[in-house]
Design a protein around this ligand. Sequence first.
Ligand code: FEO
Length: 396
Amino acid sequence: MKKIVDNIFYVGVNDRNKNLFEGLWPLPNGVSYNSYLIDDEQVCLIDTVEIDFFAQFLENVREVIGDRPIDYVVINHMEPDHSGSLGLLKKFYPDVKFVGNKKTFGMMSGFYGLNADTLEVKNGDHLNLGKTSLQFVFTPMVHWPETMMTLDETHRTLFAGDAFGCFGALNGGIIDEQINCDWAWLEMIRYYSNIVGKYGVPVQNALKKLSGVELDYICSTHGPVWKQYISKVVDLYDRMSRYETEAGLVICYGTMYGNTERMAEEIARAASEAGVKNIVMYNVSKTHHSYILRDIFRYKGLIVGAPTYNTGLYHEMEVLLSEIAGKDIKNHLIGWFGSHGWASKACCKIEEWNETRLHFEVVGEPVDMKQAMSADVKAQCAALGKAMAEALKIEN
Ligand code: FEO
């Protein structure tokens, strides 16, 4: 039995089987689906877990309340990694009431055909469980339109839905002070940038609604329960949702035979010589774009390069640029380079991406290389790396 505090228990599960979260995002260390049970005069579950884990989930619940019924299940978020067990839960607890908002119930009906026994709440409404008082705070688009958070005012505990979550299963410890959390920080940024990153403004709105609320615990639907690191995770979310970056440079490239990679190496060397210490480099065909996006969220500078392919842009670079554009990332600097054997297209395609979708501030002169490295191309690559380094110095 995993007690968080007083009458709040962790009843979530770990998923170390899935390779890709949402079918998209690698899970090298798994993920947790967190659910919490408040054992009061009225028993209240906060969110559920993905349906594949229902048996373990039910066992966790019964370990806390035995044969007693569940009175309420609060649905902070309807994405099926948290709502997937609602239908089965209703079969085991036929008298349970679903607590959510109007949008929640539209989705619940559509996903699971559940329409009855609902308690619709409005932003700011309260629900009393006995000694525990809950307040509902609507936080639309963090991460779906129906998303809300639930504040346990009695225990100064925020059930935050996806917010403040991270990839990575919980290996024994549940609360941050029970865990060496070193692994969590980059995985929180990767989670944020890929799952919630498009919704910076809604995250800022949610943070404003919660500002001034004193919290002892933040219980997310993924990753550790935050206690000692509350100010750190709130600050991290604040900075990421304002697209605040550190001084640093991401260089990512596609390469077929190593020629374009040589350009990347020259650019990186020049940027380093000009004083940039944080430089990360990725071959887009090797590293999953979720990791590259994570670092693009961290660092202000971005230089991308790729070969021309089929008289267009190298496919893996198209995928990455599409992912960057889809996240509506702001406040970045960009430079680019390209190569071709016989038809020069890569550079103008990257330029088109930036002009039409990314809208990052352009730094330096793009470098277009025909076939292989020459002294002239080498000098142009060095100039691009240096220009980015200078721009990063001015910005920071
Ligand atoms: Fe963890 Fe948006 O679901």
